[in-house]
Design a protein around this ligand. Structure first.
Ligand SMILES: NC(=O)c1ccc[n+]([C@@H]2O[C@H](COP(=O)([O-])OP(=O)(O)OC[C@H]3O[C@@H](n4cnc5c(N)ncnc54)[C@H](OP(=O)(O)O)[C@@H]3O)[C@@H](O)[C@H]2O)c1
Length: 435
């Protein structure tokens, strides 16, 4: 446990945006850090052969994707260095990560948690920053090459935006950015030269399958969905789903919000919207198929009828690594398929009546404009209330639809408008729940 506030002021660094090469020697000799020796040695070996490792800012490093990213970095043979880490409130975990990875800085987004953190607990050479603005500044630091956007929800929007504006490679796990503001995000990336690479396993699969043909020859993209824990539930059973049941995903271990989204299939709805903007597909070019084994991560069908798929066991370390290594590939920590074992891969159409989120996702992907931001915020607020026991599982999607129907649609909103609508939709969910 962390000691109570010791009264020691935060050791705040100055966030410079001027180019400065990271000096590994100073990193390694600064103090006697109990950094994992193997990781330290690999960084050293790699940097002696190359100019320097690729510097990665892992935003949301204490979450499920963040921790998997650090596992990929640790196994990268020193190719990658975790230059910056961030958390919202998990200060104990980020201190442990700081000792293991010796980042140049960490950001604690929650100001109260940051104020209670005793900076002397951090390894020497690691600076502490706090709050959402510092998060955005860190994402744009000159010495950061790649930003892994792994903060959950719309809280990840502005730091992802900052990375895009700064022209970084963005390994995008935070699908909410694309759902809220996909067309604007693509425009920002095109203007700044930023590279947007998907981390979502489905979008990584599509990205890989798209390399097999020309964009004009794509007939459609087929996103696979595990179907979640309630794939075979009756409508009656869906009325009585508990929080514990919803948090038990059959194939993936993930953060709470996305686990609930997978159970309602809102996650697939968000992925439909993400795919539409990320791959600039036409509105009728996206389909969903249920594939309970989560081995085929998605497919692209070309006009000649060929279907190109990407397969691997369900393990997020692979799509994370590919977003970091692209266009290269190397052996990483992700599991591989055991082809000596008999196995079945099955596919079935989704049931839109039991899982109405899918239709909502398709509608929003078709409508664009303000609908993505409203749906996203309504869903985040509804899921939070479900987790608090204040909203029934079966009411999450109806609540989102009700809020969506109430909003004043605009075709070309700017970012400020989308952020205002995010706040509005959350208030509407609160009213809906209390009504
Ligand atoms: N998990 C997966 O397998 C998976 C797969 C595909 C896509 N994704 C996407 O990846 C993103 C992260 O998912 P996850 O499952 O890794 O979530 P998670 O386990 O809940 O982790 C979320 C991270 O964001 C931080 N965070 C939360 N609220 C924040 C705030 N207000 N300001 C700053 N940081 C905040 C958390 O810090 P604390 O530790 O302090 O809470 C944590 O580091 C989501 O957009 C999700 O849709 C996840």
């Amino acid at each position: 446990m962390l000691p109570a506030n010791s009264g020691i002021p935060l050791r705040r660094g100055i966030l410079s945006t001027t180019r400065s090469v990271v000096h590994l020697e100073s990193l390694q000799t600064a103090h006697n850090l109990p950094i994992r020796t193997s990781y330290r040695n690999r960084i050293h070996a790699w940097s002696s052969m190359n100019d320097r490792p690729t510097n990665v800012a892992v935003l949301g490093s204490t979450g499920s994707i963040g921790q998997s990213t650090l596992a990929v970095i640790a196994e990268s043979g020193g190719r990658f260095r975790a230059l910056a880490l961030s958390t919202n409130t998990s200060t104990q975990r980020i201190i442990e990560q700081a000792f293991e990875f010796a980042p140049q800085c960490i950001v604690v987004a929650d100001q109260r948690q940051a104020a209670q953190l005793d900076a002397s607990q951090l390894p020497a050479g690691t600076e502490l920053f706090s709050g959402a603005e510092d998060l955005s500044r860190v994402a744009a630091l000159e010495e950061v090459d790649v930003v892994v956007a792994a903060i959950v929800g719309s809280a990840g929007l502005l730091s992802t935006w900052s990375a895009l504006e700064a022209g970084k490679r963005v390994a995008l796990a935070n699908k909410e950015t694309m759902v809220m503001a996909g067309p604007l995000a693509i425009e920002v990336a095109q203007n700044s030269g930023a590279q947007l690479l998907p981390v979502d396993s489905e979008h990584s699969a599509v990205f890989q399958a798209l390399q097999a043909g020309r964009p004009q020859d794509v007939r459609r993209v087929i996103l696979t969905a595990s179907g979640g824990p309630f794939r075979q539930y009756t409508p009656e059973q869906l009325q009585h789903v508990t929080v514990d049941q919803a948090l038990e995903h059959p194939t993936w271990k993930m953060g709470k919000k996305i686990t609930v989204d997978s159970a309602t299939m809102m996650n697939k709805a968000l992925e439909i919207i993400e795919a539409r903007w990320l791959f600039q597909l036409k509105k009728d070019q996206i389909d969903v198929v249920i594939h309970p084994q989560s081995v085929v991560h998605s497919m692209v069908e070309y006009v000649d009828g060929s279907v190109i798929a990407q397969l691997s066991p369900p393990d997020m370390r692979l799509p994370i690594q590919y977003a970091l290594s692209y266009p290269e590939r190397w052996k990483g920590p992700a599991k591989t398929i055991d082809w000596t074992r008999a196995q079945q891969l099955t596919f079935e159409p989704p049931d839109n009546d039991r899982f109405p989120a899918l239709a909502l996702g398709l509608e929003v992907a078709q409508a664009g404009g303000t609908t993505g931001a409203v749906l996203n915020a309504a869903n985040e607020a509804a899921v939070a209330r479900f987790l608090d026991g204040r909203l029934a599982f079966s009411n999450i999607v109806p609540a989102c639809r009700a809020v969506l129907q109430q909003h004043n649609f605009e075709t070309h909103p700017d970012l400020e408008r989308l952020i205002a609508l995010d706040a509005w939709a959350r208030q509407e969910i609160a009213k809906w729940v209390n009504a």
